[in-house]
Design a binder for this molecule. Sequence first.
Ligand SMILES: Cc1cc2nc3c(=O)[nH]c(=O)nc-3n(C[C@H](O)[C@H](O)[C@H](O)COP(=O)(O)O)c2cc1C
Length: 127
Amino acid sequence: MKAADLIVIGAPMYNFGMASTLKAWFDHVVRAGITFRYGEAGPEGLITGKRAVVIESRAGLYSEGPAAVMDHQEPHIRTLLGFIGITDVIFVRAEKLAFGPDAASAAMAEAIAQLGSFVDDELALAA
Ligand SMILES: Cc1cc2nc3c(=O)[nH]c(=O)nc-3n(C[C@H](O)[C@H](O)[C@H](O)COP(=O)(O)O)c2cc1C
């Protein structure tokens, strides 16, 4: 992770949060003295100068509407990444995957298009 310029995280929503496997990964990665440290000014992230892409999939709709308050996935992931110094984060959401086949394919197409334009931008930057 320290060697990476770009970190890509796949994150299904499980029970309104991240999957336990991803939480376990964070529990290994967010370590005092390695990826963050406490100083006189409080906590300081040590993994700086990196970007992250988090691809979130959800059966329901949480980016807006009545269930938005139940999204404990994206804020938690944003907090954990920010805590270790990764603040340049893009979230790509495939939502409404259980709202019927039309909603699911539209959500997937939109997420794929967002990822495509992100990759195009990255390749342009790298050229
Ligand atoms: C154990 C479990 C819990 C889930 N909880 C939620 C949830 O709280 N909200 C939601 O919108 N979708 C929920 N889902 C649906 C998943 O988010 C959806 O299936 C996932 O984004 C697609 O990844 P998968 O290929 O691992 O199923 C849940 C799925 C599983 C298996």
